[in-house]
Write a new protein. Sequence first.
Length: 192
Amino acid sequence: MSEDDRQRWNGRYCEQTGASLEPSRFLQSLADRLPGTGRALDVAGGPGHDALWLARRGLEVTLLDISDVALERAAVAAREAGVPLRGERVDLEAEPLPPGPYSLVLCLNFLSRPLFDVFPKVLAPGGLLVFAQPTRSNLLRNPHPSARFLLEDGELPGLLRGLEVVSYTEGWTGEGRHEARLVATLRPVPGA
Ligand SMILES: C[S@@+](CC[C@H](N)C(=O)[O-])C[C@H]1O[C@@H](n2cnc3c(N)ncnc32)[C@H](O)[C@@H]1O
């Protein structure tokens, strides 16, 4: 496990006491398209704002993150909300994703390019990948995230492996970030 990353993120989350558990607007905008049952994986989901929202909607959610502070915060929020939520401390740069199949894999604001080889292996046929990450143009208006955490403009579709694009947009969002946003699906094998 990358101890530096873990401590850095733990420190950040410790500073953010009372942070909002409001789910991502992008995720909420997809409400009509998301599965309402089955297993979901929130990859690097932080303190669980999106995972909790999905769990409330009836999905069986596993939240992965390197930060134990974030995972503990998510566990407390889930207990208070009375919804089941499974948290796993994982270094996504070094450890595998827990095995699927998942009806939904969510990965927002976390970029590890090798994961694109793994997403199709953990998705159920017909399952959805929901992914969003700022691109280099974001630096024109925002100093963070720094360049090493950004996608190149136009890079995202080329990272996809074995999945079919359902929707892809790239541009300035209502929140003032330049983001690439993708929904993709693992096409079911005919007759399987
Ligand atoms: C920018 S936050 C995004 C959190 C959430 N997905 C969101 O959109 O608000 C990045 C998250 O990635 C986690 N993270 C950073 N490096 C990681 C790693 N190597 N393995 C797992 N999680 C990691 C951090 O702890 C943090 O919660």
